[in-house]
Ligand binder design. Structure first.
Ligand code: ADP
Length: 263
């Protein structure tokens, strides 16, 4: 059987995975720029190159994410909500709740035992509680976003961050710094603030015992710990969690191929 590709064009990154027998055999991650059509092509090209796969071996391409309609060479487009649900269910079959924290929005998705969406809630009105909030605050403290999770875990006296608005939080961070607060303690406060917002979103769809954390912010170990502490439950995270939407998209393509939709 031919391979299936899933391409997730998010607000900040383009992700592509290639599936063979429901296993990820290649992946790529690129920043998204102004030319989404080109970013989607580049995501597929990079993933194919990584595993030396010829384009002709791919029988089905599914697009997801907010930029999915720009993937002109795909056969199917699916919402990222369904794709995160299916991807999380493939990697962690016991998943009943997904929290996806990406660059510009956060989604809580309740999932059936077959990986179908039962209910969802999302925050896409502003950057509060999203990766953007952490990116801006990391920048205000002079850190790269990849550094802030591990640093937050070294906090000894976490500060309370009361602003949920990204702009106000940035100035709150600056004022904590000028009062001599340890950046690690400020970071811990920022992570708790996002965990609190995520918990409210999860409560809107109903807390379930097995939770899977997806999206780029799941790469942040401080966020994983903070969320798990607020939930009072462990959360599933995989090194492929940022690719979960692309994985779900590819999986739906694989099912079409099995059903005889080979191109
Ligand atoms: P989107 O799908 O909206 O483009 P992603 O799911 O790719 O967004 O998530 C992007 C966010 O992930 C960034 O805003 C950033 O906060 C976070 N992120 C990306 N890489 C890392 C990393 N190495 N460590 C911590 N956070 C990260």
């Amino acid at each position: 059987m031919k391979l299936a590709a899933g391409i997730d064009i998010g607000s900040t990154t383009a992700k592509c995975v290639i599936l063979k027998d429901s296993q990820v055999v290649a992946s790529s991650l690129n920043p998204v720029g102004v030319n989404i059509v080109r970013d989607a092509e580049e995501a597929l090209r990079k993933a194919l190159a990584e595993a030396s796969i010829d384009r002709s071996e791919v029988g089905f391409v599914t697009g997801t994410g907010y930029g999915r309609y720009k993937i002109s060479f795909g056969q199917l487009t699916v919402t990222e909500i369904s794709c995160h649900a299916r991807g999380a269910h493939l990697l962690f079959p016991g998943t009943r709740l997904v929290i996806d924290i990406g660059g510009q929005d956060t989604k809580a998705i309740r999932v059936s035992e077959r990986g179908e969406v039962v209910d969802f809630a999302m925050n896409d009105k502003c950057a509060a509680g999203t990766g953007r909030f952490l990116d801006v605050c990391a920048g205000a403290l002079g850190f790269d976003v990849a550094e802030i999770g591990p640093l937050s875990l070294q906090a000894r006296h976490p500060v309370k961050v009361s602003s949920t608005c990204t702009v106000f939080a940035e100035s709150e961070v600056t004022s904590h710094v000028s009062r001599g607060k340890d950046p690690k303690d400020i970071l811990a406060g920022l992570h708790t603030s996002i965990a609190n917002r995520s918990l409210s979103l999860l409560q809107r769809v109903g807390i379930e015992p097995e939770v899977t954390f997806t999206g780029g912010v799941s790469r942040n170990e401080g966020m994983v710990r903070s969320l798990s502490a607020r939930l009072g439950l462990p959360v599933n995270v995989s090194p492929l969690s940022q690719y979960m939407g692309a994985i779900g998209a590819a999986l739906m393509g694989e099912e079409r191929l099995k059903g005889g939709a080979a191109q």
